[in-house]
Design a protein around this ligand. Structure first.
Ligand code: ADP
Ligand code: MG
Length: 256
């Protein structure tokens, strides 16, 4: 989809709505009664302590986890949602090279041969160039540094051209130069009217690059303009909530 079309879609309002969303593991809620709207075309950070349910929330949005209660509403097809999982969940020992990894982001792909495949390879090449990895096409992904691998995954997202992009701790354990370059890509996606959400630990990053923030500690603490949501009182509340719960927290009984 072109930038202009995406922008037009963005002006129609909500990209996604959460209604009383609860997601559980063995009936223990990791995300509890969360409601709100993600505006189309917004650039949103998800912040909160460890174990706050940030990754769980993203997995529910991409459909990897089913809500125990409540709903997630969006009019998007699977290919319209780009998802970068937390680094620890990606297997880098898989024997695949850089170019083929980027090609996995191409949902138009209709076979290994012919004109379509050639066009896809050209787009993949271009995406690699954009993330500064010209010449890395044949390198096995296992031979890359953490920063280079993250660039490959961003190239794959470029290839997908998703309207909603979800990034789970994209800059954790990534060098400063790569973080800077990939943040520029995030800005570019935002400028194209895509909706971008990133789980982040670095509050400085959140404040300087993300106009909106969703602050969660299993329950929603705030969701709106970053300057309001990241107020000291809210951050204290998030920490207090994180310290209060443990694995023996009561189970959540879905409403009948
Ligand atoms: P965050 O990403 O904010 O650090 P998570 O969403 O990963 O938090 O986890 C939220 C809570 O759910 C934590 O208490 C975590 O231990 C628990 N949890 C996460 N994944 C699983 C799982 N696969 N099985 C059981 N509990 C899980
Ligand atoms: Mg997480």
């Amino acid at each position: 989809m072109s930038g202009a079309t995406t922008k037009a879609a963005a002006e129609r309002g909500a990209a996604l709505t959460l209604q009383n969303l609860t997601v559980t593991y063995d009936r223990h809620p990791a995300v509890h009664h969360v409601s709100g709207t993600l505006k189309a075309g917004s650039l949103t950070a998800i912040a909160g302590p460890n174990g706050a349910g940030k990754s769980t929330l993203l997995k529910a949005i991409v459909g990897e986890l089913r809500p125990a209660e409540g709903r997630i509403e969006h009019g998007l097809a699977a290919r319209d949602i780009g998802y970068l999982p937390q680094a620890a969940e990606i297997n880098r020992r898989f024997p695949i090279n850089v170019l083929d990894t980027v090609l996995l982001g191409d949902w138009h792909q209709s076979g290994a041969f012919g004109r379509v495949a050639r066009a896809a390879r050209e787009r993949a090449q271009e995406a690699l160039s954009t993330v500064g990895l010209d010449g890395f096409e044949r390198r096995p992904i296992g031979s890359l540094s953490a920063g280079q691998f993250q660039r490959v995954l961003f190239a794959r997202l470029l290839m997908q051209e998703a309207r909603l992009i979800l990034l789970d701790e994209p800059f954790t354990a990534i060098d400063a130069r790569t973080t800077h370059d990939l943040l520029a890509l995030v800005s570019r996606w935002h400028g194209e009217g895509r909706t971008v959400v990133a789980v982040l630990h670095d509050f400085e990053q959140v404040r300087s690059h993300f106009p909106e923030t969703l602050l969660i500690a299993r329950e929603l603490i705030g969701w709106g303009p970053t300057t309001e949501v990241m107020a000291p009182a809210n951050l204290l509340k998030a920490r207090a909530m994180a310290e209060r719960w443990d694995e023996t927290a009561p189970v959540c009984e879905p409403a009948a």
